[in-house]
Design a protein. Structure first.
Ligand code: FE2
Ligand code: FE2
Length: 146
């Protein structure tokens, strides 16, 4: 389903998140100028986290999720899972500073970030566009822009 305009800014950020996820996973072929060493990957992960993901998770938690919660059991279940995954990712990003197995941690973080974003795009956003009416989606879009 084509993405509703109100959700496009979040979807654009998801593209950047998927790019990071790809860079973090183990055994991925060299791509563009993405880092290939574990130290380079850690630095890249932390810079995207600080510049984008921390804020992205926060916006979803304080604007998106409250606006769509309480109308549909499947959406509510997804939101609960997504909130837990945000917490897991916050913890993993913090652990990057202090781990004895950086390679495994980066790989796990890449997998979780990828599956989280896919869940939002393929399950949450698809359902939201069916369940939430156009006016409410428009209002949500304005809140997300501000
Ligand atoms: Fe999220
Ligand atoms: Fe997201």
């Amino acid at each position: 389903m084509k993405r509703h305009p109100s959700l496009v800014p979040l979807s654009r950020e998801h593209q950047r998140g998927l790019f990071l996820a790809q860079a973090l996973k183990r055994g991925i072929p060299r791509f563009k100028d993405l880092p290939t060493t574990v130290d380079g990957k850690r630095e890249y992960a932390l810079s995207v986290y600080k510049a984008l993901l921390q804020h992205h998770f926060h916006v979803e938690e304080i604007i998106l999720f409250p606006a769509i919660r309480g109308r549909n059991i499947e959406i509510d279940t997804l939101i609960n899972e997504l909130l837990q995954e945000h917490q897991q990712m916050h913890t993993l990003f913090q652990t990057l500073h202090n781990t004895s197995d950086l390679e495994t941690l980066l790989h796990e973080l890449g997998l979780l970030l990828e599956s989280h974003i896919r869940k939002e795009e393929r399950q949450l956003f698809e359902r939201v566009q069916v369940v939430i009416d156009k006016e409410q989606l428009h209002a949500l879009g304005l809140k997300l822009e501000s």
